[in-house]
Ligand binder design. Structure first.
Ligand code: SF4
Ligand code: SF4
Length: 321
């Protein structure tokens, strides 16, 4: 296949699209463009999947700016990926060992980690735990992509037998420092703009400003969905939607978790800006929250919605599950 090389103008275009999609100021476009250029030239990415459905990888392949082929062949030097990488079987394991020896890469982890049942996640005959203990110390940065890696997510739901947990819990268990190293990019799945933007920022400018409690970059996760919701004016006037799919009214009484969920969904939306949950008249189910999918008694869509939402909000405020 003939390879194409991005020009500076094209990097600027992608940087501008990334920044505009997140309503970031014009200076952010230049930051992203410079970061993308550095990502191409000097930064290798190792992507490891643990307890995951591969949804975050599929989401990355839905990237439109840049398109997936450009992203994976021209921008991100993806040296390892279990499902979309060329190296498989013995070659994959040999590459893993070589890369781990060389160091100097950004490690992306997708999926949670079975903290008390290492044998529940095995890659090429080795446990994920062994592989991460090998890869983390030699990495420049670690990105936990998706809510499973960032906070535990669906595999960590109440009652799971593997004690699935986040990358942060794994690093703390093994006494690896998360400070200025680990960045969480939650959402189920992670949004391609957040992943590409974080990679570009790390490559070009280093560790970003993060929310200390969640280690999420403020530029992508600094505002709640509620703060920027197009239905906020209904909320203020206490005009509530009456049924799922109601095109009018705030969805709070139908269980919307927008007030406690931090993403730029109202700006960048999904599928290249085609739509997002609230525009489709469905409540935000809090997919980027640390509490997503944790409790058995808290289904995504609920009856007695107001009470549940209030309890959930109160518990989160008090730091309880
Ligand atoms: S629909 Fe949800 S996010 Fe939007 S204003 Fe209502 S509660 Fe907030
Ligand atoms: S609106 Fe809420 S549930 Fe929907 S994608 Fe955004 S954070 Fe996730």
């Amino acid at each position: 296949m003939e390879t194409r090389h991005f020009t500076r103008r094209e990097f600027m275009k992608v940087g501008t699209i990334l920044a505009a999609g997140l309503s970031l100021p014009v200076g952010a476009a230049r930051l992203f463009a410079a970061g993308l250029e550095k990502l191409v030239k000097t930064t290798r990415v190792v992507w490891i999947q643990g307890q995951s459905c591969s949804g975050c990888s599929v989401s990355l392949l839905n990237s439109m700016d840049p398109e997936p082929v450009d992203l994976l062949t021209q921008i991100v030097s993806l040296v390892l990926h279990q499902t979309i990488g060329a190296a498989q079987g013995e070659t994959f394991m040999q590459t893993l060992n070589r890369v781990a020896q060389e160091g100097d890469y950004i490690l992306v982890v997708e999926g949670s980690i079975p903290l008390e049942m290492p044998q529940a996640c095995v890659i090429g005959g080795r446990t994920l735990e062994e592989i991460l203990v090998q890869l983390i110390p030699k990495s420049k940065y670690v990105i936990a992509v998706g809510t499973c890696a960032a906070f535990g997510g669906i595999p960590a739901a109440e009652g799971n037998h593997t004690h699935a947990g986040s990358v942060r819990k794994f690093m703390e268990k093994h006494h690896f420092s998360v400070k200025n190293c680990l960045v969480n990019c939650p959402s189920c799945p992670a949004h391609p703009k957040s992943v590409v933007g974080t990679l570009a920022y790390l490559a070009g400018h280093g560790y970003p400003d993060v929310v200390p409690e969640t280690l999420t970059p403020r530029m992508f996760y600094g505002h709640s969905t509620h703060d920027e919701c197009p239905r906020y004016h209904y909320y203020e006037r206490k005009l509530f939607a009456k049924y799922l799919g109601d095109p009018e009214g705030c969805l709070f009484k139908l269980g919307c978790l927008g007030p406690i969920t931090y993403t730029r969904c109202p700006h960048r939306q999904w599928n290249n800006g085609v739509n997002w949950c609230i525009r489709a008249s469905a409540p935000c189910i809090g997919c980027s929250s640390p509490y997503f999918a944790q409790r058995k008694d808290f289904p995504f869509y609920r009856k007695g919605e107001l009470q549940h939402a209030v309890n959930y909000t109160e518990n989160e405020r008090k730091g309880e599950k």
